[in-house]
Design a protein around this ligand. Structure first.
Ligand SMILES: [Zn+2]
Length: 116
């Protein structure tokens, strides 16, 4: 489960930033996770719960994780048609060429966090 490592990295970065701002606790972490980003929201939630239970990275029982999903989108480089692909490489539903390039859905980032 690489989400455990991912979440560990995220929390470490946030903790460092929070400490540099003299914060003592982290109340909320907001992530954006693309449908094709290789990270599973459920596994991220579980990892967060484990870190929170251990009280790591300035987390407490009240700390909350919010995951915003980003839908996958692709645009055909031949005909310009935009659609929702189900994989990184996809066939354009309009012209049937394998010419779709992803325009969204691979994002994996920390949108924001709140602390005090
Ligand atoms: Zn096309």
């Amino acid at each position: 489960m690489h989400e455990m490592a991912l979440m560990g990295d995220i929390l470490q970065l946030i903790e460092k930033d929070a400490r540099s701002r003299n914060m003592e606790k982290i109340e909320k972490v907001e992530l954006i996770v693309g449908d094709l980003s290789n990270a599973l929201p459920d596994a991220l939630e579980m990892a967060f719960t484990i870190f929170r239970a251990r009280g790591l990275a300035l987390l407490s029982e009240q700390s909350e994780l919010v995951i915003k999903k980003e839908a996958a989108r692709a645009k055909c480089t031949v005909c310009g048609f935009e659609y929702n692909p189900d994989a990184r490489l996809s066939i354009c539903p309009k012209c049937s060429l394998p010419s779709g390039i992803l325009t969204a859905g691979e994002t994996f980032k920390v949108q924001s966090y709140e602390g005090s």
